[in-house]
Ligand binder design. Structure first.
Ligand code: IPM
Ligand code: MG
Length: 361
């Protein structure tokens, strides 16, 4: 089959890791008889350098015309990069928020699980985690809440005051809840909905709507958890979680925490989906400007994001399985990148990509 895939190399280590994921996709195309046509899209600092803005409308249209988009990572070091001297709406992150909003990518899936092979990298003792590790997916609402509410910075009675607005309507809550329950049906059938319903009206509405949605899924167990407790539970007993659904800002924070608990943030993929099959796929980690250009970044999170893309947007399940199996074999045979090496010999970005691509079958 023929597919058009948008590729956003982005900033920092982004170009290095996306190149490896494309290598793996090329191996999939050759092995399974597909044609992948790539369209490069500029987003973030890379776009600022060329166009002066982090995402042009043309770039949005190019992305819209693709079957799916694979992204590396965007942004630079806020302390030193000239991009951060620009006003907030012109900085790299604004491009990411724009593409999410313009393409309606409201459902952000962020899996976090403990790799058996990398158990020692987990910062929490096995006696706390339990023998079976953990395997959760955070379903983060991505186009509402504080990120997209009205903002005002003004002087009120001689005092500088800034306001950010957190708003959700029931439709926005319902569609993300439905996604979370659908995913739970294919997993261990448990949903933890995270909110701050002891304080926020938006959370009380969230809870009410999630409960309504739950009625359509009698097989799924629903529990509610306050966000502060959830932050604690993630390091206390991560194995209790299956699907965690939450609003934009809470999901941003909790997904970073969850990924760190795995000890292998360089391995975690993510997907941002809209109402159709279209999605934007990117590693859970950032652009790591400190190691950019050194050829040592771990490309696995991006390669696994490409696998998610094959599965969710292109309906190529066998091909997605093949990519995941190649990554598993790569690790099982003792291959490591520097972030997960623990003193062993390790491979650079490109050598790791070559090896994984060579294991596609
Ligand atoms: C993420 C990032 C973004 C977010 C930033 C770069 C705007 O932290 O994808 O989690 O907060 O959503
Ligand atoms: Mg984040």
């Amino acid at each position: 089959m023929n597919f058009k895939i948008g590729v956003i190399p982005g900033d920092g280590i982004g170009p290095e890791i996306t190149a490896e994921a494309v290598k793996v996709l090329d191996a999939v195309a050759a092995g399974f008889g597909h044609t992948f046509e790539y369209e490069e899209i500029l987003l973030g600092g890379a776009s600022i350098d060329v166009h002066g803005v982090p995402l042009t409308d043309e770039a949005v249209e190019t992305a819209r015309g693709c079957d799916a988009v694979l992204m590396g990572s965007i942004g630079g070091d806020a302390a030193t990069s000239p991009w951060y001297k620009l006003e907030p709406s012109k900085r790299p992150e604004a491009g990411l928020l724009k593409i999410r909003k313009e393409l309606g990518l409201f459902a952000n899936l962020r899996p976090a699980y403990l790799y058996n092979e990398l158990k020692d990298a987990c910062p929490i003792k096995e006696s706390v985690i339990g023998p079976d590790g953990f395997d959760m997916i955070i379903v983060r609402e991505l186009t509402g809440g504080l990120y997209f509410g009205d903002r005002i910075t003004e002087e009120v009675n001689g005092v500088m005051t800034a306001v950010d607005t957190l708003s959700y309507n029931e439709k926005e809550i319902r569609r993300i809840a439905v996604r979370a329950f659908d995913i739970a049906m294919k997993r261990r059938k448990k949903v933890t909905s995270v909110d701050k319903a002891n304080v926020l009206d938006s959370s009380r509405l969230w809870r009410k709507i999630v409960e309504e949605v739950a009625e359509d899924y009698p097989e799924v167990t629903l529990e509610h958890m306050l966000v502060d407790n959830c932050a604690m539970q993630l390091v206390h007993n991560p194995a209790q979680f299956d699907v965690v659904v939450t609003e934009n800002m809470f999901g941003d924070i909790l997904s970073d925490e969850a990924s760190m608990v795995t000890g292998s943030i360089g391995m975690l993929s993510s997907a941002s989906l809209n109402e159709t099959k279209f999605g934007l796929y990117e590693p859970s980690h950032g652009s790591a400007p400190d190691i950019a250009g050194k050829g040592i970044a771990n490309p696995i999170a991006t390669i696994l994001s490409a696998a998610m893309m094959l599965r969710y947007s292109l309906d190529l399940d066998r091909e997605a399985d093949a990519v995941e199996a190649a990554v598993e074999r790569f690790l099982a045979e003792g291959n490591r990148t520097v972030d997960i090496a623990a003193g062993e010999k390790w491979l650079g970005t490109s050598a790791a990509g070559d090896m994984i691509a060579g294991m596609i079958s």
